[in-house]
Design a protein around this ligand. Structure first.
Ligand SMILES: [Zn+2]
Length: 300
């Protein structure tokens, strides 16, 4: 039994950021491709859990049931930050949601309005295979840099959280964007994959039947992908860089234009080193900023 638990722990550790079963998944690992133990494997907390376990798998892996689920607290939407700086983004309200948080919350919430299907309030995210950096650290660092760049260009920015010790579900993050009536929301994530060779960035947008802003979302995704790849030198390889999703809580509850970027793969050793580097994180934020700028310039 102990071996089984360890096996599932390792499986969980290498679970990706992207939802299970979606188009971005790499080919299923073969028996010979099972990841070798990594330095953090024995210390990694259970909140690394990201995939949705099937009922059978869930019963076979008691380790997947967290013992210290944080109590959700009512979350108020932050006021958009005031800005006096006139600039190319003056008058724009832009939502920035750094994915995940210090402690994940597996309690269920409806995946979409009026849906019986649920997903956990927040997932644990992935982690750097070389540096051990948590995904939420990278997302937050880039989010703070991006906020500053957007504000300097005149935008009002709705940042879902500045500190990591919060409990804000994916529904609540979407509602923050809705209440602020953002012109565009961007969700920042890093991907994880069982295959450490997988690398690069890609954009995600809601499926056409899940949004009233499909064309806007695709246009924003294309602009951000192009600028981000150019600025960072990272490649984009999944389906020309844009994937479409109907099962993402953060999309389905959002009534405004919204995209998600997977900024790179923390499970690729070389990209982990880049994504975890504060200097490179500034470059990443600059790429996102330039893409957002290009999107709004083309829109006018
Ligand atoms: Zn993520």
């Amino acid at each position: 039994m102990k071996r089984i638990v360890v096996f599932f722990l390792v499986l969980l550790l290498f679970a990706g950021c992207a939802p299970k079963g979606e188009a971005v998944s790499a080919p299923a690992p073969t028996a010979t491709a099972a990841p070798s133990p990594t330095p953090f494997a024995t210390n990694a907390p259970v909140q690394e859990l990201q995939v949705e376990l099937s009922p059978a798998a869930a019963t076979a892996t008691p380790v997947a049931v967290p013992t210290e689920a944080p109590t959700p607290e009512p979350t108020e939407a932050p006021e958009p930050t005031a800005t006096a700086e006139p600039g190319p983004l003056s008058g724009r309200i832009i939502g920035v949601d750094p994915g995940h948080q210090l402690v994940y919350d597996p309690k269920p919430e409806p995946m979409a309005p009026n849906s019986r299907e649920t997903k956990q309030r927040t997932a644990g995210g992935t982690r750097g295979v070389r540096t051990g950096t948590y995904e939420y650290e990278v997302n937050r660092a880039v989010g703070l840099e991006l906020r500053d760049l957007l504000q300097a260009a005149g935008a009002q920015v709705v940042l879902t959280h500045e500190v990591l010790d919060v409990n804000i579900s994916n529904i609540e993050r979407a509602q923050m964007f809705n209440e602020a009536n953002v012109d565009l929301g961007i969700r920042l994530h890093c991907n994880g994959n069982d295959n450490q060779k997988n690398r690069g960035c890609f954009l995600m947008v809601p499926s056409q039947n899940r949004t009233a802003f499909f064309d806007e979302n695709v246009a924003a995704a294309k602009a951000i992908l192009e600028a981000y790849c150019q600025e960072t030198g990272l490649s984009s390889r999944y389906k020309e860089g844009i994937t479409y999703h109907s099962n993402q809580t953060g999309f389905n509850w959002c009534t405004r234009p919204i995209v998600t970027i997977e900024m790179g793969h923390l499970t690729n050793p070389e990209e982990d080193a880049l994504l975890s580097d504060p200097a490179f994180q500034k470059t990443m934020a600059m790429g996102l900023y330039k893409g957002i700028l290009a999107y709004f310039e083309a829109k006018d």
